[in-house]
Design a protein around this ligand. Structure first.
Ligand SMILES: CC(C)(COP(=O)(O)OP(=O)(O)OC[C@H]1O[C@@H](n2cnc3c(N)ncnc32)[C@H](O)[C@@H]1OP(=O)(O)O)[C@@H](O)C(=O)NCCC(=O)NCCS
Length: 168
């Protein structure tokens, strides 16, 4: 379990008994929601990382990321409508990005509805930039997706100390 600095909620791995609550938030958050089965299947997927945010025993949000070698994808993230603008998604996303970066992921991708200003602001605040568009990607309603990418900052070369020539 991890906690956000100064924030009243905590994060932990999603468990099978969270799925009904997660699916309830999903149903409120999206017009074309993932079914509960999709979360259950991903809990068994070795490349998926699913985390939930909780306050006391109350589920506030969740995040699903996938990893393939040095690339990752933010597959899903949502906060319960009553818990929005309190930093839940930011904490979940920061946690996912740190974990993926620790595992060697250097690029993260995601799709977002062009009209989803809240999500786009969240991603922009974490350094994601638009790199493409998928025409007609979403339904209910039909809409283009923007493809966003985050790249890990280049690793600075470690300065090697100059060793003076040996004197004999
Ligand atoms: C997008 C979503 C996940 C944001 O969740 P949240 O927990 O409310 O976000 P946070 O409180 O962590 O916000 C972090 C930052 O994102 C941006 N942001 C979040 N919601 C915003 C909004 N409604 N308008 C403008 N900026 C917003 C802000 O920069 C915010 O920082 P600030 O509050 O210090 O200004 C939430 O609105 C949601 O569940 N939407 C429906 C599902 C969805 O669209 N998921 C993304 C699919 S790609």
């Amino acid at each position: 379990m991890t906690s956000g600095a100064g924030l009243p909620f905590a994060l932990r791995a999603m468990r099978p008994d969270d799925v009904d609550g997660v699916a309830a938030i999903e149903g409120e958050a999206f017009s074309d929601p993932w079914p509960a089965r999709a979360f259950r299947d991903l809990l068994r997927h070795p490349s998926a990382r699913l985390r939930v945010a909780l306050e006391g025993g109350t589920l506030l949000g969740y995040c699903v990321v996938m990893r393939a070698l040095d690339e990752g994808e933010v597959a899903n993230i949502a906060t319960a409508p009553t818990a929005r603008r309190r930093g839940v998604a930011a904490l979940l996303l920061d946690d996912a990005m740190s974990a993926l970066a620790r595992d060697g992921v250097t690029s993260l991708f995601l799709e977002v509805r062009e009209s989803n200003t809240a999500a786009r602001a969240l991603y922009a605040s974490r350094g994601f930039r638009a790199v493409g568009r998928r025409r007609g990607y979403y339904r209910l309603p039909d809409e283009d997706a923007l493809v966003l990418r985050w790249s890990a900052p280049p690793v600075e070369p470690v300065a090697t100390p100059t060793v003076p020539p040996a004197t004999s």
